[in-house]
Design a binder for this molecule. Structure first.
Ligand code: HEL
Length: 406
């Protein structure tokens, strides 16, 4: 169990904005001016408490890192590897699941900046005949409003057998899209938010078509190299996490059954929707850079931050989630759930404070809900103690209906 505060920060002051209520037909209003300098000081002891709770609830290990204008807070509890008993630490790499979607969206928005792609053009304009409806636009795909069915609902209906059936498989993106198209669309294009991995498989296909390169090359050249992300890799169809890493432990559906070490897999079922590997440091660097406007033009960042209601305190932009915290602060980033790993990666509006947190288990909703509280500790500080335990998340909150912005 470790905890460290590196360099004393100058985080001062507190702003407790009242909770903003959302009209049913639109994304809740964004908290104004939630810049890092106005936030309450991050609560390291609270963060450690959250991680310890995750351990009690079944996570073998958990860790979190907060970066705030040169100050780094790090804490970790439990193990990276249940066999060897090695302690988990923030230097461990891990699978980030759908936080990958933010990377994929950034690549596409850079292509918009380069005038190679139009957000409101039909996907079929770039990938002729791929989708059965010409009305599905790039924007619909990036904001989960295409209506394309999420093929992983069927794939992982039964958790461990579903995972073992695809652990070593290599799919083409088209095969994944075809799995989705066997099912009816969930909504007319643009009508509502309905989370689907299919959207970001299509996004990856757009990247490859428009650049003539693999998504791996584009992540590398456009994000990983410019930001010097030393722990971030796209190894698909490789199955191993390079270097020092946390093992990921999948929780079976049957209560009491032994955890399954799910570390090694192709993640081919997700690819550009969820196959990246990273670390807490790299995720904080990435999200900070994104929100500071270092990865896209201001105009494209604004597009990423056009919100669609995504249920409760959540809104979705383009490959970007917004969460409105209990202290009235809005934070921006993504969550990830890939077999064995739960990730939270969020930053303040100005990108100056960021949090990345990981529990090395999955299919354990209690742990997922607990890890959500790392956001309160990181961005609301001690001010939210009374509210702890109130917030809940689950995969299905993503299925909330909303209304289009355009
Ligand atoms: S689910 C989410 C999260 N996203 C989506 C994506 C990701 N991950 C998946 O689609 C994997 C689903 C299976 C995960 C598996 C487990 O817990 O390891 N669960 C089962 O097999 C259940 N039967 C919306 C939570 C996101 O936050 O965006 O990552």
């Amino acid at each position: 169990m470790t905890s460290a505060r590196v360099r004393t920060g100058t985080v001062v002051g507190a702003v407790l904005l009242s909770l903003l209520s959302a009209p049913a037909h639109a994304a809740p209003r964004e908290a104004p001016g939630a810049e890092a300098g106005a936030l309450p000081e991050a609560d390291l002891a609270g963060l450690r408490g959250v991680l310890r709770a995750a351990l009690r609830q079944g996570a073998p290990g958990a860790m979190a890192r907060v970066d705030d204008r040169g100050t780094v807070l790090k804490t970790a509890v439990g193990v990276a590897n249940r066999k060897s008993g090695r302690a988990i630490g923030n230097a461990d790499r891990f699978r980030i699941g759908s936080v990958t979607k933010t990377f994929t969206a950034v690549v596409l928005l850079q292509l918009v900046d380069e005038k190679k792609l139009k957000l409101d053009a039909s996907v079929n304009r770039y990938l002729p005949g791929l989708l059965p409806d010409n009305r599905i636009t790039v924007r619909h795909v990036l904001s989960h409003r295409s209506g394309l069915y999420d093929y992983t609902n069927d794939m992982f209906a039964s958790t461990v057998p579903g995972f073992e059936a695809v652990r070593k498989k290599v799919f083409t993106p088209r095969q994944l899209v075809n799995r989705s198209l066997r099912r009816p669309r969930t909504n007319t294009p643009g009508a509502v938010y309905s989370y689907s991995n299919t959207n970001f498989v299509v996004a990856g296909m757009l990247v490859e078509k428009l650049t003539g390169h693999s998504v791996r090359t584009e992540y590398q050249n456009r994000i990983i190299k410019p930001l010097t992300l030393r722990d971030t890799f796209y190894v698909h169809p490789g199955t191993k996490i390079p270097g020092r890493h946390a093992h990921g432990y999948l929780t079976p559906d049957r209560a009491g059954a032994a955890l399954v070490d799910a570390t090694n897999q192709t993640v081919s079922w997700a690819q550009s929707a969820g196959a990246l590997i990273s670390s807490t440091r790299d995720l904080n660097t990435f999200l900070s850079a994104l929100l500071r406007g270092e990865l896209t033009s201001a105009a494209q960042l604004k597009q990423m931050r056009r919100w669609v209601p995504a249920g409760g305190v959540q809104s979705y932009g383009l490959g970007l989630r917004r969460r409105d915290l209990s202290c009235g602060v809005s934070v921006y980033g993504h969550t990830g759930a890939v077999q064995g790993f739960y990730t939270y990666a969020f930053a303040s509006k100005d990108g100056k404070r960021s949090l990345a947190a990981l529990a090395n288990t999955s299919n354990n909703g209690t742990v997922l809900n607990t890890m959500l509280r790392t956001l309160d500790s990181a961005f609301c500080g001690k001010s939210t103690k009374a509210l702890r335990g109130a917030a809940t998340v689950e995969r299905h909150e993503d299925m909330a209906p909303g209304i289009t912005l355009d």
